[in-house]
Write a protein that binds this ligand. Structure first.
Ligand SMILES: Cc1cc2nc3c(=O)[nH]c(=O)nc-3n(C[C@H](O)[C@H](O)[C@H](O)COP(=O)(O)OP(=O)(O)OC[C@H]3O[C@@H](n4cnc5c(N)ncnc54)[C@H](O)[C@@H]3O)c2cc1C
Length: 427
């Protein structure tokens, strides 16, 4: 059997079987026959969520559109479909997903299982765009859960624990563009004005390259105006600068034995933060082009404390002589009612820890996690985090309900792996 590796190259395992069903009936047979199994999407999570030494189920052969319902403004697709494929299909028919994260290479079932989010004070994680799920649960039964069903809010951010999701219905909106304004601000000023900045556009985020005194600001406003980005500028910005130059500097920073990373980070902020204004299609404007292999942790905090949290976070990371050969991302999302959403009933500020440099990664993550726990953070399920079950219970008031839901749908614990056991122990 081939060894499976995730995007970040920090998770590696060899399952006994890899199954690639073509139909939900075939999938049900696989679930009934297996004693242990995990579903995998695009393996873009840094958490060991997909790890199994038994059966790995990939829906790579189940990635078609099932139905576009123009009246209800909903689309139903198979669970293995990649976001990129869904975006292209919708775009050609005049529709779009209301919000996206930074990339579009994940599978739709994988994205919603971990509560993947973008940015925007009025926008919840992508799981909030789901209207219905169809899955094969641990008993091999077909289960359909629509919005309004008593189990729905527990099942959507499901961590792959209830079963294999083979069809997802999303709400869609009319296709729209994003009026994107990029610039820089002094870090101190950005922190002081954070609430106003976040409120002044629909989708606001910051990139900070440590130890810069400036941050890059991205303010995206939704618009029906036509796109105006020139192909040459798009190529220069989204391919040459964001991909080629960025990757070269990261590699050079590593080669310099970290000495030049601060200087390169300052250069990156100057270049990437050069004032830019353009109107682009939403499924282009939300994305960060082709990020290189790196490590990520990210936690959601109470957005009401954004200013004090940002001050503490920006003081914390550079301490201990730590360098960061990557940008740090600061984003926002709306509270929701999905039991395991990190933004459960709390408007959220997302603070990240990103680095391509493996040398100090463990020490940096330990430091960041201690900070995150001290400030009531909730870890992103798809990123690296040490699982502390007692802490999670305190942060997720519906975790025990989730454990009961999982037990009902997976009484033989077929979908349990070490990661899920750690999350659900004593819940
Ligand atoms: C470069 C990069 C950028 C990223 N940007 C963002 C971002 O902007 N915002 C953000 O929030 N996250 C981001 N992520 C994290 C990513 O969106 C999540 O980890 C997402 O879950 C990955 O989707 P996937 O299809 O690769 O799922 P996988 O990583 O393969 O699986 C994730 C979980 O979903 C479950 N799963 C997969 N398929 C199914 C299925 N059919 N049925 C049931 N369960 C299933 C798995 O068992 C596992 O528990 C990024 C990741 C990368 C690598």
């Amino acid at each position: 059997m081939p060894t499976i590796r995730n995007f970040g190259r920090n998770v590696r395992f060899t399952p006994r079987h890899v199954e690639r069903p073509r139909t939900s009936a075939e999938l049900a047979g696989i679930v009934r026959a297996a004693s242990k199994l995990r579903a995998v999407g695009a393996a873009h999570s840094w958490s060991p969520a997909i790890v199994t030494d038994d059966t790995l189920v990939s829906l790579d052969r189940m990635r078609a559109v099932i139905a576009l319902d123009r009246e209800r403004r909903q689309i139903t697709v198979q669970g293995g479909m990649r976001l990129r494929e869904l975006n292209a299909y919708l775009h050609h028919r005049g529709y779009a997903l209301a919000n996206l994260g930074s990339i579009d290479t994940q599978s739709v079932a994988g994205v919603i299982a971990t509560g993947t989010h973008g940015t925007g004070r009025a926008f919840g994680c992508l799981s909030n765009q789901v209207a219905r799920l169809e899955l094969i649960d641990g008993t091999g039964q077909h289960v359909t859960l629509g919005r309004g069903h008593v189990d729905f809010e527990g099942a959507v951010v499901g961590l792959g624990a209830l079963g294999v999701v083979h069809a997802v219905t999303f709400d869609v909106v009319d296709a729209f563009r994003l009026h994107e304004v990029i610039g820089t601000l002094r870090l101190d000023e950005a922190i002081d004005r954070i609430d106003d900045l976040v409120g002044a556009s629909d989708h606001f985020k910051l990139w900070w390259t440590i130890p810069c005194e400036d941050v890059i600001t991205f303010a995206l406003r939704r618009t029906a105006e036509p796109a105006n980005d020139r192909a040459l500028r798009r190529w220069l910005k989204d391919r040459v600068l964001s991909v080629a130059v960025f990757r070269t500097l990261l590699a050079a920073g590593q080669l310099s034995g970290r000495r030049l990373i601060p200087a390169f980070n300052r250069f990156l902020t100057r270049q990437s933060g050069r004032p830019l204004e353009r109107i682009v299609d939403s499924h282009v404007g939300f994305l960060t082009p082709s990020p290189p292999v790196h490590r990520e942790a990210e936690w959601a905090f109470d957005a009401r404390d954004a200013r004090s949290l940002l001050r503490a976070y920006t003081q914390l990371l550079p301490r201990d002589g730590h360098t960061y050969n990557f940008l740090q991302e600061i984003r926002f999302s709306k509270a929701d009612d999905l039991w395991l959403s990190p933004a459960y009933r709390r408007d959220s500020l997302w603070l990240s820890l990103y680095n391509i440099d493996p040398a100090n990664w463990d020490a940096q993550r330990t430091k960041f996690e201690a900070f995150a726990r001290a400030h009531g953070g909730r870890p992103h399920w798809g990123k690296e985090a040490t699982i502390d079950a007692a802490y999670l219970r305190a942060q997720y008031p519906r975790l025990a309900d989730f454990a009961r839901l999982v037990a009902r749908h997976d009484p033989m614990r077929k979908f349990r792996n070490a990661w899920l056991d750690d999350i659900l122990v004593d819940a």
